[in-house]
Design a protein around this ligand. Sequence first.
Ligand SMILES: NC(=O)c1ccc[n+]([C@@H]2O[C@H](COP(=O)([O-])OP(=O)(O)OC[C@H]3O[C@@H](n4cnc5c(N)ncnc54)[C@H](OP(=O)(O)O)[C@@H]3O)[C@@H](O)[C@H]2O)c1
Length: 215
Amino acid sequence: MPRLRVSSFTVSLDGYGAGPNQSLDNPLGAGGRALHEWAFATRTFREMFGQDGGTTGIDDDFAARGFADVGAWIMGRNMFGPVRGDWPDEGWKGWWGENPPYHCPVFVLTNHPRASIAMEGGTTFHFVTDGIQAALKRATEAANGRAVRLGGGVATIRQYLQAGLIDEMHFVVSPVLLGSGENIFAGLDLPKLGYRCSEHVATPNATHIVLTKRG
Ligand SMILES: NC(=O)c1ccc[n+]([C@@H]2O[C@H](COP(=O)([O-])OP(=O)(O)OC[C@H]3O[C@@H](n4cnc5c(N)ncnc54)[C@H](OP(=O)(O)O)[C@@H]3O)[C@@H](O)[C@H]2O)c1
């Protein structure tokens, strides 16, 4: 089983994993929502947000696979929220409400220390200020034999790719052009870092690609 994996990370045709100008009103950055239409349509994502229905099939299978057997998450501070710099207070607790869809420990990379936050449903946010290796060590211990999922955003995934620490990366190309934003692969020499494409399949909504690292 891959130790550290990325799942359902979605990029535009021009390589952006988030639109520009992320804000409270626009958590995915300008135009970013269009990226994720494939995911929002699936039964897995709808269930996660308490909604009925949704598509089944390839898109949904990939979405569900991303949540299977995950024991801990890692994410960057910008994915956790729009607050930048020192935390002004303990008010911001993520985008996801009182019961976030993680249900396990989540390690948030930041340069700004903060006490851990226990949420409903088993999610606890821990703030890690000593770098990606430390976050991975803590997440791996917390996952206790299950996988660690790296959620994003772009800056965080790029660091783990550059360090060769991601074992498997499922990313999804949406048929959307963003023009600007956070570019996921620019300047990264993935073959040199040991990655190859091990799976690819297209659906009407998106193209799913899995990159696997040489063992
Ligand atoms: N396309 C997708 O599927 C997908 C998935 C998830 C998220 N996203 C989107 O991606 C965007 C966020 O991505 P992003 O690239 O802006 O930021 P990010 O990777 O979420 O967070 C970057 C921030 O995390 C902290 N950080 C990262 N690495 C660190 C390290 N080694 N040590 C200490 N702190 C570290 C720093 O914050 P401080 O210095 O301020 O503490 C840094 O500015 C959002 O719009 C989100 O919605 C997209």
